[in-house]
Design a protein around this ligand. Structure first.
Ligand code: NAD
Ligand code: IPM
Ligand code: K
Length: 353
């Protein structure tokens, strides 16, 4: 018999009444299953916890949540506790999300994607009357060396240097076997201080969603794998709208190697034109703002300013003065518009510069 502990946080307003119905469902499943037993444990959370304990997320509730297999939550908040009050239920909500972010906490990765080779640029053709078509994945030694050096410079710019994880499909593809050999040799000969390991792309795709910390550092990969994996990484912070990118013309400047000059580059968010939300004023501008921070860092060498922009973004996203949820756009469950989030970042940045 497998037992699961489920912490139940009914909360305020309609919370307890809707949660009660979900509890009935879980109890029925527990009673009917011959293999699974669910132990439901109610705890105080939100406005009712402020009334009883003076804290929307009392330590006992947090501890129970951390030890639970899952948490079922109703809703928190209400006119009795805000919006002017100093202690508000919504603060508990932000805190519990942060505390339980689990594997997302401490994930820190940068994807180095080869951008002008591989399947995107190899010979391709539609043949005959359209019953076959092919694309070709071609890589040369010099192309792999070039992108490996970019990854190495970025890894070296951090203190301590970042680990490099090279991603390929060397168990099947000839171009991947060349990739693996050249990455290994280039790093060994030119950057012996860096560590590298190799993952097959299917394994890497699985790790990004199951244990992303394992790939902390620099992910180095070819064009198409990089296209897919970089979008996949956006599920970790929660939205495609959050992530920045840089298409660099060369290896960026590194404090560890002053002989490298800043490189030119194209800076853009990783997302596309989002036709489904275009014109509504609700697109998340963070990916683009953070791209501007990368521009300051990699092309202009303005590291301090880049860090200030990044800090302003992260402070703005957590700023509770906007409805208790931070200045977040709809993709992150917030109510802020594109411009409101931009305004908040500017205000915060002014104080940091
Ligand atoms: P997309 O990235 O445009 O959108 C995917 C999903 O993410 C949509 O639901 C969208 O609403 C959401 N989303 C994207 N950016 C967001 C933001 N800033 N804030 C909130 N939500 C956001 O991908 P798609 O729909 O597959 O492609 C649409 C078009 O964009 C296609 O023509 C594609 O070729 C193009 N595209 C361009 C680039 C680029 O310019 N580099 C990159 C990817 C896609
Ligand atoms: C990206 C996009 C592009 C790519 C498309 C729009 C050609 O997905 O910027 O990552 O695949 O490179
Ligand atoms: K883009």
């Amino acid at each position: 018999l497998k037992q699961y502990r489920i912490v139940v946080l009914p909360g305020d307003g309609i919370g307890p009444s809707v949660v009660a119905q979900a509890i009935r469902v879980l109890e029925l499943i527990s009673e009917t299953s011959s293999t699974t037993k669910l132990i439901l444990e109610p705890h105080d959370f939100g406005g009712c916890a402020i009334d009883k304990h003076g804290d929307p997320l009392p330590p006992s509730t947090l501890k129970a949540c951390q030890e639970a297999d899952a948490i079922l939550m109703g809703s928190v908040g209400g006119p009795k506790w805000g919006p002017e009050a100093k202690v508000r239920p919504e603060q508990g909500l932000l805190r519990i999300r942060k505390e339980l972010a689990g594997d997302c906490q401490g994930v820190d990765m940068i994807v180095i994607r080869e951008l002008i080779g591989g399947l995107y640029f190899g010979p391709r053709q539609e043949q005959g009357d359209g019953d076959t078509a092919y694309d070709t994945m071609v890589y040369s030694v010099s192309e792999v060396q070039r992108i490996t050096r970019v990854a190495a410079q970025i890894a070296l710019a951090a203190n301590p240097p970042l680990a490099i994880h090279s991603i390929d499909k060397a168990n099947v593809l000839a171009s991947s076997r060349l990739w693996r050999k050249v990455v290994t040799e280039t790093l060994k000969n030119e950057y012996p201080q860096l560590t590298v390991d190799h993952y097959l792309v299917d394994t890497a795709a699985m790790l990004i969603v199951s244990n992303p910390k394992k790939l902390n550092g620099v992910i180095l990969t070819e064009n198409m794998f990089g296209d897919i994996l970089s979008d996949e990484t956006s599920v970790i912070p929660g939205s495609l709208g959050l992530l920045p990118s840089a298409s660099l013309a060369g290896a960026p400047a590194s404090p560890a190697d002053p002989s490298f000059k800043p490189t030119t580059g194209i800076y853009e968010p990783i997302h596309g034109s989002a036709p489904d939300i275009a014109g509504k004023g609700i697109a998340n501008p963070v990916g683009t703002i953070l791209s501007a921070a990368m521009l300051l860092r990699y092309s202009l060498g303005l590291e301090k300013e880049a860090q200030a922009v990044e800090a302003a973004v992260s402070k703005s996203l957590d700023d509770e003065s906007i409805g208790g949820y931070g200045a977040r756009t709809a993709d992150l469950g917030g109510k802020a518009t594109t411009v409101e989030l931009g305004d908040r970042v500017i205000e915060t940045l002014k104080q940091l510069l």
